[in-house]
Ligand binder design. Structure first.
Ligand code: 4NP
Length: 152
């Protein structure tokens, strides 16, 4: 079982989008039983909230299934529970390390560091551009899954 935690600032836009996109990719490969996939926030800003409507709209448009969601903040215990902790931008990585401490087992990555063009994923909460965020997340999740399947 490979356990993956996607992390962003609020856990209502990018990380639940990555969670749903990655679950869909894994499901389409018939591998859902081999993965546990979740998402979390670095901040407490939106704790308890469901996925933001802008993310829900783009998931519907792209025909990516989604479930109910309750935003939660990442905990120190998540570091032991998960194999991969994947941030959306460098700021998330810095905040993840502040909460979990040192990344002794090399589990913390930035999603688009798996792509040929490593970069941050912009926050659509501020940009309003859910299409660009979706395209970046789709690219990152696809490359990350290729990486995991090679490692296995
Ligand atoms: P996310 O976007 O990190 O992609 O979930 C945000 C959502 C909410 C807030 C910040 C970022 N907020 O401050 O409430």
């Amino acid at each position: 079982m490979t356990k993956v935690l996607f992390v962003c600032l609020g856990n209502i836009c990018r990380s639940p989008m990555a969670e749903m996109v990655f679950k869909d990719m894994v499901n389409k490969k018939g591998l859902s039983n081999e993965f546990f996939i979740d998402s979390a926030a670095t901040s407490t800003e939106a704790v308890g909230e469901d996925i933001y409507y802008g993310t829900i709209n783009i998931l519907k448009e792209k025909q990516v299934p989604f479930t109910n969601h309750i935003s939660r903040q990442i905990t120190k215990q998540d570091y032991n529970k998960f194999d991969y902790i994947i941030g959306m931008e460098q700021r998330n990585i810095n905040n993840i390390l502040r909460i979990i401490g040192e990344d002794k087992q090399n589990k913390v990555f930035r999603l688009l560091d798996f792509s040929e063009n490593p970069r941050d994923i912009a926050d659509p909460w501020y940009t309003g551009d859910f299409e660009t965020t979706y395209n970046d997340i789709e690219e990152g999740c696809r490359k990350f899954l290729e990486y995991i399947l090679k490692e296995k």
